[in-house]
Design a protein around this ligand. Structure first.
Ligand SMILES: [Zn+2]
Length: 501
């Protein structure tokens, strides 16, 4: 073993011991239900030693570097539309180049490119073994009037880094980059190729999205496994309660509700007023709750969660799909959390309204957008049949929009990568249980799963429910201590899976 190698081993053992003790090695428990925020993480039981010392060593300096990258990326406005993700792709390429890592810009449309880079394990690449580290560069828009800080200034305040994309998804982008570069710097021998992929247009799923990326450049990043956003480390009262590793996701689509009636002079109101019929329909749809049923992953999630939730809630989680008490259990658990309610049924959320040309004109048409999330395997026809029956109004039509997501097969809970993620996460988050998760939100992972990639979602930063509710909302923020912890854990997961023992 080289002097340098010996030094590395001593360093990594030291780091392990260190991380077991230090408050920063926060393993905190998540928030259930909403509103019980907890602030920055605190220490919990020491980390369990992994199978062998990680080639990664102490990540404190690396996390500081990564924090600098995150700040630079938050300050680069990639609001989608238009996205202009090329700006960040160039920034990432520059950092990689400084590490002696070649990367390739994958052009998609003007100003919009993805970026790929690869660490090779051996001369002949074997895509079926390769590991893909995925994160997207675009962010959703902001309503600046609702933010207490500049959404693109990356202000650090009260232990939080504020900024659009700090959680979704530039934190993950910075952590993936850190894990990738740490592997390179460790000179560890790889047992599989590791691919860094920064994608575009995730938030809109349009012409520069992963669907287009795969159709044009699949051979550049074909892989058997992937780590992406989608899973969560739930924190409550400064403790990690559990780690949710996403292995499946609901299918997103939009449906337009269109009310049509006769237009006319507003001074002579009529019974077939399109605006009135639309409002009545939206009110009924807003109160609709689809019947619950459980996919394998969701059943496993609640079975394991029941063991760590307060008795009363745990009791109902154990009988969610039982003949006699299932219905009441579903009611209790759904009312406890919008997330849990959405995990067990198709959901419909009215999100946008449009009608009218003049204040004094009754319009011939009025429209509302429904954002729908189907459980994998469910079809839109069944849901629309239920809504049509509920609304019971011949003036109302439902028009599915062309941007529907595709249902993808879940990733296996028996794979060696899921086992590695679970083992490292349990060890690093203070023995917190690891649960399989079906996210209600959509990610790039669905498209990867449709190409036989075992894709798993884990945003490795311990966050409270309150922090999650800010994603896509106002004052999105990331606890700096959680970011530092996440960089460490993600680097260890990647090293544990890709570095030869
Ligand atoms: Zn995202």
């Amino acid at each position: 073993m080289s002097g340098k190698r010996k030094l590395q081993v001593i360093m990594s053992v030291g780091a392990l011991l260190l991380s077991a003790g230090l408050p920063l090695a926060a393993q905190v428990s998540p928030s259930r239900p909403a509103g019980q925020s907890a602030g920055a993480p605190t220490s919990q039981s020491p980390a369990v030693a992994l199978s062998s010392p990680s080639p990664i060593g102490d990540t404190t300096a690396l996390a500081k570097e990564a924090q600098g990258w995150l700040i630079d990326m938050v300050r680069t406005n990639t609001t989608n539309p238009p996205g202009s993700e090329q700006s960040i792709a160039k920034y990432l390429a520059h950092i990689l180049e400084k590490e002696g890592i070649q990367s390739e810009m994958l052009d998609l449309s003007p100003g919009r490119s993805a970026l790929v880079a690869r660490l090779k394990s051996s001369a002949v690449a074997d895509p079926s073994k390769a590991l893909l580290l995925v994160a997207h560069m675009d962010v959703v828009g902001v309503d600046r009037s609702k933010w207490t800080v500049d959404p693109f200034a990356a202000v650090i305040k009260d232990g939080y880094l504020y900024g659009r994309g700090s959680v979704d998804d530039k934190g993950m982008l910075a952590a993936n980059l850190a894990a990738f570069i740490a592997l390179k710097r460790s000179n560890a021998h790889l047992n599989r190729d590791v691919i860094f992929l920064a994608t575009a247009d995730e938030e809109q799923g349009g012409d520069a999205s992963i669907r287009m990326l795969i159709s044009k450049y699949w051979d550049k990043f074909a892989a058997g496994y992937a780590l992406n956003e989608g899973g969560e480390v739930f924190m409550k009262n400064g403790r990690v309660q559990y780690v949710a590793v996403q292995a499946s996701e609901k299918v997103a689509m939009n449906v337009m509700v269109v009310a049509r009636g006769n237009s006319g002079h507003a001074s002579r109101p009529t019974k077939d007023n399109a605006v009135v019929h639309l409002a009545a329909a939206v009110a009924k749809i807003g109160g609709y709750s689809a019947p619950a049923h459980f996919t394998t992953i969701v059943r496993r999630y609640f079975e394991q969660l029941a063991a760590i939730e307060p008795d009363e809630l745990g009791k109902w989680m154990r009988v969610l799909d039982s003949e006699d008490r299932g219905e009441h259990a579903q009611k209790v658990v759904s009312e406890a959390s919008p997330l849990w309610s959405s995990m067990m049924r198709d959901t419909v959320a009215p999100t946008m309204l449009s009608a009218g040309v003049r204040n004094n004109v009754i319009p011939a048409e009025a429209r509302a957008n429904l954002n729908i999330r189907l459980l994998p395997g469910d079809t839109i026809d069944v849901l629309l049949a239920a809504l049509t029956k509920l609304v019971a109004d011949p003036q109302i039509k439902f028009e599915p929009q062309p941007d529907a997501g595709l249902a993808a097969p879940p990733s296996s809970l028996e794979s060696d990568f899921y086992a590695t993620i679970s083992r490292v996460a349990t060890a690093q988050y203070g023995n917190a249980p690891v649960l399989p998760f079906q996210s209600t939100g959509a990610t790039d992972s669905a498209q990867l799963r449709l190409h036989n990639v075992q894709a798993y979602g884990l945003v490795p930063f311990p966050l409270t429910e309150e922090d999650y509710l800010r994603v896509h909302g106002d004052d999105e923020r990331l606890p700096v201590a959680s970011f530092t912890k996440g960089v460490d854990v993600l680097a260890r997961i990647v090293a544990e899976f890709a570095a030869s023992k």
